[in-house]
Design a protein around this ligand. Structure first.
Ligand SMILES: [Zn+2]
Length: 360
C-alpha cells in the first residue's frame, strides 16, 4: 500500500471505475493514471500479458486497485493513454509535414513500439516516412514549397512570422526520432537538410528573449536574417555530428571535383558565363549543393553567344551530378543501410490521406 498523497492524479485519465493505476514520473513528481486493464489489453499485447499475471499479496495497490510503477516518462505515457482513450488527439499529429511532429510524437511513437500498440505505431511511422522526401523530385517539390514560404515573408513584420522554420520540417529532431524509432529511410534527406543550415543558427537560442551575439572568424557579428533557417543543434549526439562532418566533407570534395573538371569554352575570356556558373558551387559555407546545381542546370544564354555550347554542356553535367549526389547521400553521411527489419510479414504500409501543401 502506497501513500495516496504522494502522487498527482491525472485530471482526465483517472477513471473512478478504472481497474489499474499506472504510476510514472516526470520532472520529480509521480503521476497516477487510473485506467482499464481491458482497454489497454485490447490495444497492446504487452499490456495484455502484464495483466494476466495473477494478483499476489505482494502486488502494490493504490486507491483500492492494482498499481504498476512504469519505467516511462509520465508525459509520454499520458500521450499514449490519451491517444487510446481520445483518438481525436492524434489527428493533429497526423497532419502532413507538421513541423513539430518529430518533437511532439517522439514519446508516443517510442512507447507504442515498446508496448506493441500496432495501429498507432504504424500510423505514426507512416506519417513520418511520408513527410520526408525519399526521391529527388520529392525533395525539389518540398524546396519549391519552402521557397514560396520564404518569398511570402513580409519585411518588418512581427518577429514570430519571420521564423519560417515554424512552418518547415526541423532536421535535428527528425534525426533523433529516426534513430531512436529505427526509421532510417528519412535520414539522408534530414542530414542533407541539416548540412545546408549554419551551425551558428540555433532554433531555440534564436527564439530566446535575448539571444547571445555570435561572431564569425573575423570577429564580425553574425546576424540572423529573417527567413534564414535554424536547427535544434543541441539534440545531436556525437555520432550524428560525425555523420554530418563526414557528409559535408564528402560533398565539398564532390563539388571540388565538379569544379575542377576541364571544360573548354569558345569565348576564351575572363568573363566566361560558363566559368562563372561553375564557380557557384564552391561559395559557402554552408552550401546547398542540390540547389546550386539545379540553378547552374537552369542557366541559359542566347544561342549566338560564344559561351552557349559550353553552358549547355555544363548545365546537363550539373543535373547528372545532382542525381548522383542525391543517390550518394546515405553513403556520404555514413548512414545505416535501409533494410526491412520488421520481418513479421506485417508491412508498415498504411494509407494516409495526403493534402497537397496547404499553407495559411
Ligand atoms: Zn565562355
Amino acid at each position: 500500500m502506497v501513500l495516496e498523497d504522494e502522487f498527482v492524479r491525472h485530471k482526465d485519465l483517472y477513471y473512478a471505475d478504472g481497474s489499474v493505476v499506472l504510476l510514472a514520473a516526470h520532472a520529480g513528481k509521480t503521476h497516477a493514471f487510473r485506467v482499464h486493464k481491458s482497454v489497454l489489453a485490447s490495444h497492446s499485447k504487452v499490456f495484455a500479458d502484464m495483466f494476466v499475471l495473477p494478483s499476489t499479496a505482494e502486488n502494490e495497490t493504490y486507491d483500492g486497485v492494482d498499481s504498476i510503477q512504469m519505467p516511462d516518462d509520465a508525459k509520454d505515457l499520458e500521450d499514449l493513454l490519451r491517444a487510446l482513450y481520445y483518438p481525436g488527439t492524434i489527428l493533429s499529429m497526423l497532419e502532413n509535414r507538421n513541423p513539430l511532429a518529430a518533437t511532439k510524437y517522439k514519446g508516443i511513437l517510442l512507447l507504442s513500439q515498446k508496448y506493441f500498440v500496432r495501429v498507432l505505431q504504424k500510423l505514426l511511422r507512416a506519417r513520418f516516412r511520408a513527410d520526408w522526401p525519399s526521391t529527388l523530385p520529392e525533395w525539389d517539390r518540398l524546396m519549391e514549397h519552402y521557397a514560396s514560404i520564404s518569398a511570402s515573408i513580409i519585411p518588418q513584420h512581427d518577429a514570430a512570422s519571420q521564423f519560417i522554420d515554424n512552418r518547415m520540417l526541423e532536421p535535428a529532431s527528425a534525426i533523433r526520432l529516426a534513430r531512436e524509432a529505427n526509421i532510417p529511410e528519412i535520414l539522408p534527406a534530414a542530414f542533407y537538410m541539416l548540412s545546408t543550415i549554419s551551425p551558428f543558427m540555433d532554433f531555440d537560442t534564436l527564439r530566446s528573449p535575448n539571444p547571445p551575439p555570435l561572431t564569425d572568424s573575423q570577429g564580425n557579428v553574425l546576424l540572423w536574417q529573417p527567413g534564414e533557417r535554424s536547427a535544434r543543434w543541441g539534440l545531436l549526439t556525437s555520432d550524428d555530428w560525425l555523420c554530418l562532418a563526414r557528409g559535408r566533407h564528402c560533398m565539398t570534395d564532390f563539388a571540388q571535383t565538379f569544379e575542377a573538371q576541364e571544360s573548354q569554352c569558345m569565348c576564351d575570356s575572363q568573363n566566361c558565363i560558363q566559368l562563372d556558373n561553375k564557380k557557384k558551387l564552391l561559395k559557402g559555407p554552408p552550401q546547398d549543393f542540390l540547389r546550386v546545381l539545379k540553378e547552374i542546370g537552369s542557366q541559359t544564354t542566347l544561342q549566338q553567344y560564344p559561351c552557349y555550347n559550353s553552358l549547355q554542356a555544363l548545365g546537363s553535367r550539373s543535373l547528372e551530378t545532382r542525381s548522383v549526389l542525391w543517390e550518394n547521400l546515405g553513403y556520404y553521411f555514413g548512414l545505416p543501410e535501409v533494410v526491412d527489419d520488421q520481418n513479421d510479414g506485417d508491412s508498415d504500409d498504411i494509407a494516409l490521406v495526403e493534402s497537397e501543401f496547404i499553407d495559411g
